[in-house]
Design a protein around this ligand. Structure first.
Ligand code: FE2
Length: 198
């Protein structure tokens, strides 16, 4: 086995009350873990030395959904856990603030666009804050099912999981309550700023 379930960056109750321990348990130990298992069983031995990012890019180009879907979902969930923090630290990185101002007009306008992307995503998927290959402009985009930005040129800075399993236990159909809690209390701006420099 090459790919293991990565540790969460915080305890399973750390994001309460926005995301309950019960949701975290099922989301991390059941859903995320099952994507790791599915990836392990879908990979043939010739690919086991490749990185997860290589496997995502290669299976995307070959249109091999049996590998792409679990590989992307493993990556997406790890990125999602890190896109949140219990610290509720405000955005302080000057470079990221000026990029957001130049791209959206203000942080509030970015948050509104991000919220709209989450609410307008039809069915399961992900919403992303992305940096262009040259850094700016930043963009908000949503993707369907397991699809992520890795095969393209844009660099992900943050994501939110828009699958119902991310919020249904806590909010039932109320996706807006989930994304409002995420944007108001959980965004890990430090992680977004670090991704800008990666
Ligand atoms: Fe998920």
């Amino acid at each position: 086995m090459k790919f293991a379930l990565p540790d969460l960056p915080y305890s399973q109750d750390a994001l309460e009350p926005v995301i309950s321990k019960r949701t975290m348990f099922h989301h991390y130990e059941k859903h995320h873990a099952s994507y790791v298992k599915k990836l392990e069983s879908a990979l043939d031995d010739s690919r086991r030395d490749d990185s997860l990012e290589q496997i995502i890019g290669d299976s995307y180009r070959r249109e091999d959904a049996s590998v792409f879907n679990p590989a992307a979902q493993v990556w997406n969930h790890t990125f999602y856990w890190n896109s949140m923090s219990p610290d509720n630290e405000r955005l302080k990185d000057e470079r990221l603030i000026s990029l957001i101002d130049a791209s959206f007009g203000s942080v509030d306008k970015l948050l509104q666009e991000f919220r709209d992307a989450v609410l307008n995503q039809f069915g399961s998927g992900w919403a992303w804050l992305l940096a262009s290959p040259d850094g700016e402009p930043l963009q908000v985009k949503s993707t369907t099912d397991a699809v992520n930005p890795l095969p393209g040129e844009f660099k992900p800075l943050l994501t939110v999981d828009v699958w119902e399993h991310a919020y249904y236990l806590d909010y039932q159909q109320d996706r807006a309550a989930y994304v409002d809690g995420f944007l108001d209390k959980l965004v890990n701006w430090r992680f977004a700023a670090e991704n800008l420099d990666r």
